[in-house]
Design a protein around this ligand. Structure first.
Ligand SMILES: [Fe+2]
Length: 597
């Protein structure tokens, strides 16, 4: 949504506040949550002209004219719209679907980091994603992905060139660089990384951080380089360490991690300053968005952990805009601000009855009442899963000699963390086979971005699901096609299904696809309505769990298998990678060395 400029509106707002011109809308009988004075004003009135607030006080009668719509809010709680300062929304559903549910949850501003669409489609994808968001009745701001390439030595994802990045930074509502993970690129002063940070901060932009595991001198060096936020603290100590160094901390509660429980209670008991805290989701699945909500979920959770409601609402609104240097325009209900306002029947439930964005009523009676224009994605972005011909079982063979072969294994500790391991597997007709008895599965990473059909087939332990195969085209942040399977023919079946659907997730058993979720937009995003996407997505995890998967969220396994910023072994189409030694790990193990002989 476009916003007026305060400079252009200032005289008109001044006149309304003085009672010399009529407001468009007056909200009366508001129990107003004031995030500046941190109090609830029991009887407030708010006057709105176009998309901005002109007056807040006890009696807005002098701003009412013939054409003014006066809305009696009957003593309901009225708060500023919530904001998610760091979210990856280039996944699962189209921005129009995400926006509707986000508004129903009271999150009126989203700060998007479209890292995956860029990793698949480059600058073209960044522009297309921005286009899909630009006329929605919600505020969506964009960060240019700052985390690519994850590892310059191994990553093969698309990225923006220097010229493209500079072009992107000049686009509307683009605020700076998204999370610069792999903080060692900053502490090691990687020239390209430092150049991009310098360029952004030199032009008044913001750079978002990612400092998992950094402390003391390395953390200082990272912050001193111009990066003032982090959403990675997982407990109070990491949070306060960053606050002490002047950082802003985005406390995360989303589908990948839920950190509030280990941060908020100590924040309260120690009286830690709240002014540099925000809530963020870092991305949510369609199912979690429907079940838990977004920033409203963070506010509810923080309150349930003992935080005062007004403090939690301040963290959910004002703090985020102050971090992004937008506090003049957004973050609270006060004269001059854009009129992003939530009205709650029930402040414990925290699902808004009404939502105004820029003074426009977009939610009433907990339903969307504003047109949400659904732009169609460009045709080209529905054709990104490239393959040379059909896959056959032989594509997933791993050559071995004799009856048995020793192989290196990626052992799943959790859905996300892997350990290096090894095992012995049977060889049949020159092909090393997976072993259901030993819970060892084949795992393939396949290039689907450039259509080279380059692939690596390795072995995965501790997966557990007794299926034919499970595959996806969504994987952080290389977006290789990942296929896990017990049988080569089934792996080919799933790989072909993913190509046919042009992206998504699929599970096979007994030579049949038993669950599928199509995500044909960049191989990352469904065209389905949110509820339908959630239903299909849910069937994928259900199929895997019912088949005996050892993990509660099986879809996370292939999502993270290529993610080079996490320990200990990862797989890309170029090979299996030992993250610690930063070297390729052969699929075949040296048995004698592994046995310590
Ligand atoms: Fe993130």
């Amino acid at each position: 949504m476009k916003a007026s400029s305060l400079a252009a509106m200032a005289v008109g707002l001044n006149r309304v506040a003085m009672g010399e011109e009529a407001a468009d809308v007056v909200l009366k009988n508001c129990r107003l949550v004031n995030v500046y004075s941190r109090e609830v004003i029991p009887q407030a009135q708010v006057s709105i002209l176009k998309d901005r607030i002109a007056y807040v006080g006890m009696d807005a009668g002098h701003t009412v004219g013939k054409g003014t719509a006066v809305v009696d809010l009957e003593g309901k709680y009225v708060t500023p719209g919530f904001a998610d300062p760091h979210i990856h929304m280039d996944q699962y559903v189209l921005p129009s679907e995400f926006a509707k549910q986000s508004l129903l949850c009271g999150t009126t501003s989203l700060f998007s980091d479209p890292i995956d669409i860029v990793s698949v489609c480059g600058f073209r994808g960044f522009r297309e994603f921005a286009r899909l968001t630009d006329s929605l009745p919600i505020r969506i701001f964009h960060m240019v992905p700052g985390g690519l390439p994850v590892d310059r030595m191994f990553s093969h994802a698309r990225n923006l060139s220097k010229a493209e990045r500079e072009k992107a930074l000049k686009m509307d509502r683009v605020l700076g660089l998204g999370e610069v993970f792999s903080w060692t690129k900053v502490t090691g002063r990687d020239p390209a990384t430092m150049q991009s940070i310098r360029h952004v901060i030199g032009n008044g932009g913001i750079v978002n951080g990612h400092t998992a595991g950094a402390s003391d001198k390395k953390l200082n060096a990272y912050i001193a380089s111009g990066i003032f936020s982090c959403h990675e603290p997982i407990d109070y100590d990491q949070t306060v360490e960053r606050l002490r160094l002047g950082m802003w901390v985005m406390m995360r509660e989303g589908s990948i991690r839920r950190d509030l429980e280990r941060i908020v209670p100590e924040i309260i008991s120690r009286g830690t300053g709240l002014d540099r805290l925000m809530f963020c989701s870092d991305g949510v699945t369609p199912n979690d968005l429907l079940e838990f909500g977004l920033i409203d979920n963070c506010v509810r959770k923080a309150v349930s952990l003992g935080m005062g409601l007004v403090d939690a609402i301040t963290i959910a609104s004002r703090n985020c805009f102050e971090y992004y240097n937008m506090g003049r325009d957004l973050g609270g209900i006060a004269p001059g601000k854009l009129a992003d306002i939530l009205v709650f029947d029930n402040v414990e439930e925290l699902r808004p009855d009404k939502v105004f964005v820029g003074g426009r009523l977009v939610v009433a009676h907990k339903r969307i009442v504003s047109a949400v224009g659904k732009k169609s994605p460009a045709v080209w972005i529905g054709r990104t899963v490239k393959a040379r011909g059909r896959f056959i079982g032989g594509d997933f063979a791993v050559k071995g000699r004799g009856d048995k072969a020793a192989v290196n294994l990626m052992r799943l500790e959790t859905e996300i963390i892997t350990k290096k391991d090894w095992g012995e597997l049977h060889v049949r007709e020159g092909n090393i086979r997976a072993s259901r008895d030993d819970d060892v599965w084949k795992v393939a990473a396949i290039d689907r971005t450039f259509g080279s059909k380059r692939r690596c087939v390795g072995f995965l332990k501790n997966f557990g699901a007794d299926i034919g195969a499970f595959g996806t085209t969504q994987s952080f942040h290389e977006n290789d096609m990942i296929v896990i399977g017990s049988d080569e023919e089934e792996m080919a079946l799933v790989a072909n299904e993913l190509v046919r659907m042009q992206g998504g997730m699929a599970v096979s058993r007994g030579g049949k696809i038993i669950s599928r979720f199509e995500m044909p937009v960049a191989g990352l995003i469904s065209r389905d309505p949110l509820e339908e996407a959630a239903r299909k997505f849910g069937t994928v995890d259900e199929a895997l769990i019912e088949s005996g998967c050892r993990h509660a969220q099986p879809h996370l396994i292939p999502l993270f298998l290529p993610f080079l910023a996490l320990p200990e072994v990862r797989i890309l189409y170029s090979g299996v990678i030992d993250v610690k030694s930063r070297a390729f790990l052969p699929v075949l193990a040296d048995k004698d060395i592994k046995r310590g002989n």
